[in-house]
Design a protein around this ligand. Sequence first.
Ligand SMILES: *Cc1c(COP(=O)(O)O)cnc(C)c1O
Length: 428
Amino acid sequence: MNYQRSSALFKEAEMYIPGGVNSPVRAFKAVGGDPIFVKSAKGAYLYDEDGNKLIDYIASWGPMILGHAHQPVIDAIVDKAQKGTSFGIPTQIETEIAKLAVSMVPNIDKIRFVNSGTEACMSAVRLARGYTGREKIIKFAGCYHGHSDAFLIQAGSGAVTFGAPNSPGVTQGTAKDTLLARYNDLANVEELFDANNGEIAAIIIEPVAGNMGCIIPEEGFLEGLRKLCDDHHALLVFDEVMTGFRLAKGGAQELLKIDADIITFGKVIGGGLPVGAFAARNEIMEYLAPLGPVYQAGTLSGNPLAMSAGLTMLKELNERPEVFTSLNDKTKYLHQGLEKVLTEAGITFQINRLGSMISVHFTEAPVVDLESSAKGNNGTFKKFFHGMLNEGIYLPPSAFESWFLNDALSYKDLDNTIEAARKVATSL
Ligand SMILES: *Cc1c(COP(=O)(O)O)cnc(C)c1O
């Protein structure tokens, strides 16, 4: 495939935007080469500036769960735009989407909308600290909760892709209140509670991690965290920015049958527009301004265009829950196909999958946390990534990212992807 125009556009972008991108993982640093520039997208396909058609496995990193430019979402946005795009004054649609979200997600009474997953997680932790009157939080190595200071301690996603776990600019003071634990290691979390008795406000976790590849919580792990939080009067924060409205209508809480205290959202909830949200039971949400003392605000929060895209998306997922079964079946089919062709090619690999999240790791041992994920052979991943791209398959440009399937993918697309993997595997 030819990527001349994309490369030229990237060179120009680099002159005016740091690294040529507005979010680091887009830059292909982990896999080498220049990023492709997208011109448009429809359904399961991306069309780039050189006229290539690619089957998309990132779905804008999750939001486009029903495929790109999904007509009902586009119609809703266009219709709303005609009536004004921002007021900074309440609108009815904010209540409509809040009411629907509260009905779909277990264990929440109220929800506050923000503009990104980062904002949602940052606000959730402030709320947890305000509610408990404690300062420390526990996070897991390899989990990504956005780029706010408290979370840039062994964060996943772009932060781990670049091997710069602790970002300059995060103060020692901030870092000391973030305690790090190993994913799937309950004993490690228990030790932290023992060593910081009465000081821990919350545990924040991706209930299914997607920022160090796709990592599945082991049996009993999340249940154990729930119990530790109850025993120590700390809050359990589920970062469902990836898993919310993707793994099930009610997200990971519903699928894994665990109640969290605060849940954060992003990605799918905005239907492709910039939206985040956080939610909890009344007694916690009432700590938020203007009802309570914990301050949180946003000029463009609850923006009408964003709310109309999100509402249309959630309505469809609510009315057609079979989408989740369909996505699960497609991802399983892809999993089995990839497993077959990689095995036939004699390659060492692990595939992790839950629902419509899946990742391929070129390593021998099971991938259960950041350490085991980091053992993956990045040289092999790079070759695999570029080989697939050359066959017209767009995968996340980093081994530390989950792939996200969208329901516009047909079985023919999946067969083409498996066939491409067969070809690429023989050259690894
Ligand atoms: C993407 C992501 C975030 C950050 O959301 P942004 O909208 O990029 O700020 C937070 N947590 C998780 C689990 C994510 O995957």
